[in-house]
Write a protein that binds this ligand. Structure first.
Ligand code: GLP
Length: 242
């Protein structure tokens, strides 16, 4: 595992956007796994800048979603599908048909999970998966104690994650769904390159446990230690407990 410490979130965004641009030069049709939350936004902004200046070509790139809430009404602005369309697909000028994601409003959620896991494989697998990290060490929505071999499936959110994510729902925890679909840790580990980005002091403990602690299902992001090509990009605050 490679750990890169950058001065701040903007520098982290530029570094990851440059890595994506390099990948696209080598493989224009790369499948990019994107994460939601606040942390990756500087990556998407930097990548959009590179596209506008002609330094990155995303015209053939494909995008895959990491996770999704279950049961939000179709078109809800905080569904991860809506977030990825708004923050990634539209600014990059991609066609929505280049975008793969699980169906959080499916009548049969388990079937939707299996279908999405298969769709990722059928698409040739994820080339670069961008990850954030929860304050409890979760990746995607794989909460602590998720099996390190898990596949895409339905999960129940912990109270901590619902509290953390209430800021996207008018600070009202009652509006935060209880259930989600997430790529499993085993699914995530199949991506060719994992890039975990963490910024801010509130992530320092989770980063330290993931990078320097034992590999344990209690700290889902520690599974990155098992991956042959994992990069952890942290700002100085998130690196402060390393
Ligand atoms: C959610 C997402 C994760 C993300 C995490 C941290 O739980 N499912 O993919 O990494 O939030 O979000 P933030 O970057 O806003 O701290």
């Amino acid at each position: 595992m490679e750990v890169v410490i950058v001065p701040d979130a903007q520098a982290g965004g530029r570094l990851v956007a440059d890595a994506i641009a390099r990948l696209l030069r080598r493989k224009p049709e790369a499948l990019l796994g994107v994460a939601t939350g606040s942390t990756p936004l500087p990556v998407y902004q930097a990548l959009t800048g590179l596209v506008r200046s002609g330094d990155a070509d995303v015209s053939r790139a494909r995008i895959a979603q990491l996770d999704e809430y279950v049961g939000l009404p179709a078109g809800h602005p905080e569904s991860y599908r809506a977030v990825v369309l708004r923050e990634v697909v539209e600014p990059l000028g991609l066609d929505p048909s280049a975008f793969l994601g699980p169906d959080g409003s499916a009548a049969d959620v388990q079937a939707a999970c299996e279908e999405y896991d298969r769709a990722l494989k059928d698409a040739g697998g994820v080339d670069l998966q961008l990850l954030g990290i929860g304050t409890d060490g979760h990746i995607g929505f794989n909460e602590p104690c998720s099996s390190l071999a898990s596949r895409t499936r339905i999960k129940t959110l912990t109270e901590q994650t619902r509290v953390d994510n209430a800021r996207f729902f008018d600070d009202d925890i009652a509006q935060v769904p209880h259930h989600v679909i997430t790529q499993g840790i085993g699914t995530i580990l199949e991506a060719r390159h994992l890039v975990l980005l963490a910024t801010g002091e509130n992530k320092a403990e989770a980063v330290a446990q993931s990078v320097e602690g034992p590999v344990a299902s209690l700290v889902p992001a520690s599974a990155l230690q098992l991956h042959p090509h994992a990069t952890v990009v942290v700002d100085e605050a998130a690196a402060s407990k390393l």
